[in-house]
Design a protein around this ligand. Structure first.
Ligand SMILES: NC(=O)c1ccc[n+]([C@@H]2O[C@H](COP(=O)([O-])OP(=O)(O)OC[C@H]3O[C@@H](n4cnc5c(N)ncnc54)[C@H](OP(=O)(O)O)[C@@H]3O)[C@@H](O)[C@H]2O)c1
Length: 328
């Protein structure tokens, strides 16, 4: 039975593990066949997943359409999160979080998602050209109109989080977090604790690396974004093998898989953390959901913390062209 969690003080209750839907349409090579994708998403709901993550930028629009079609029959039983913030919904076209653009994305997302409300509407990246107070104020208005239920931020820094939260309480921050990227531990997690904001780690499996299924000589097709990421070049993957060895060792001791250890570790960090692993394959979805049932003891966690403190991760997590967008 899938447990639920509540995102901070927002009252928004979701399955302890959500589903990242991006890879069904975007980022990891060719899109999954639409009917297959729809049946995957419905199978996820049948297995207890009630938290689905999409964005205008995944496609653009394509992923919201698939999610909308899949979840229409169970709309009232699920929480759908989507995101605004890129010009034309294309990251390569730059940022745009101007109020009129946010409103346009909301209306288009509602139609693609076949619904009358967006449960959680995130700003995908902080836009330095638009005061965060104006962004929060626009979402506050959308909430007052009933089109949006909760406000979220993604890859926002501490100052932006505080300023946004003062205008419209933030239900969740979605930023990268895993054993492969632990930056949020220093200031972000304590800040979220203070403000009562939930945390939704994206790429909780380290974009696949922490599953142990990628080898140092794995190469990525040009339409797989990892082909441009320094951390996924052969040298870095070889240097980072110690992390895979760690999750693999803990997994074999616990009778679990490396992916399950990676997810259970995140869940153990705070009770208001809800990871959203992405997969296009039903058997992996089932495996990943098993991460919610894997209890790591204090002793396991202390051993992992100790091992992690001795591992230096090599390679940037994004291509240079995207680095400027994150954590500000
Ligand atoms: N806010 C943001 O800026 C942002 C950025 C990136 C992602 N996201 C969201 O976060 C979600 C998750 O991130 P992500 O998909 O990039 O990374 P992830 O969940 O860390 O990893 C996904 C990758 O791992 C593979 N995988 C999944 N489960 C596996 C398993 N049990 N065994 C082996 N391989 C497995 C997937 O391939 P298969 O499909 O072949 O299984 C895929 O290549 C996305 O879907 C998206 O919704 C948000």
């Amino acid at each position: 039975m899938m447990q639920n969690r509540v995102l901070g003080r927002s009252g928004l209750e979701v399955s302890a593990v959500g589903l990242g839907c991006m890879g069904l349409s975007y980022g990891y090579g060719p899109a999954t066949d639409r009917m297959e994708a729809v049946s995957m998403l419905r199978a996820a709901h049948d297995r207890g997943v009630t938290f689905f993550d999409t964005a205008e930028a995944y496609g653009p629009g394509d992923n919201e359409e698939v999610v909308g079609e899949a979840l229409a029959p169970v709309r009232d039983q699920v929480v759908i999160a989507t995101k605004f913030g890129f010009e034309n919904g294309r990251p390569s076209d730059g940022l745009n979080s101007r109020p009129e653009r946010i409103r346009q994305v909301a209306d288009e997302a509602l139609s693609r998602l076949r619904t009358d409300r967006i449960d959680l509407f995130y700003q995908h990246r902080v836009d330095p050209n638009v005061p965060i107070e104006d962004v929060a104020g626009t979402v506050r208005d959308l909430i007052a109109e009933g089109k949006v239920k909760h406000f979220g931020l993604s890859e926002a820094g501490p100052d932006a989080i505080r300023r946004a939260h003062a205008v419209q309480p933030v239900a969740a921050l979605q930023s990268e977090y895993s054993m492969f990227w632990r930056e949020p531990e220093a200031t972000i997690l304590p800040l979220l604790e203070e403000l009562g904001i939930g945390f939704v780690p994206f790429a909780p499996l380290g974009k696949g690396f922490l599953t142990g299924k990628l080898k140092a000589d794995t190469t990525f097709a040009a339409d797989d974004f990892r082909s441009t990421v320094p951390r996924f070049q052969a040298d870095a993957m070889a240097a980072n093998q110690a992390l895979v060895d760690l999750v693999t060792m803990i997994a074999s001791e616990k009778g679990a898989t490396p992916a399950q250890v990676a997810l259970a570790w995140l869940l153990a960090q705070r009770p208001w953390i809800v990871p959203i692993p992405g997969t296009t394959k039903l058997h992996r979805l089932e495996e990943n959901l098993g991460g919610a049932d894997l209890a790591l003891t204090d002793q396991d966690l202390a051993r992992i913390a100790d091992a992690l403190s001795g591992i230096e991760v090599h390679g940037e997590r994004y291509a240079a062209s995207h680095q400027q967008f994150v954590n500000r």
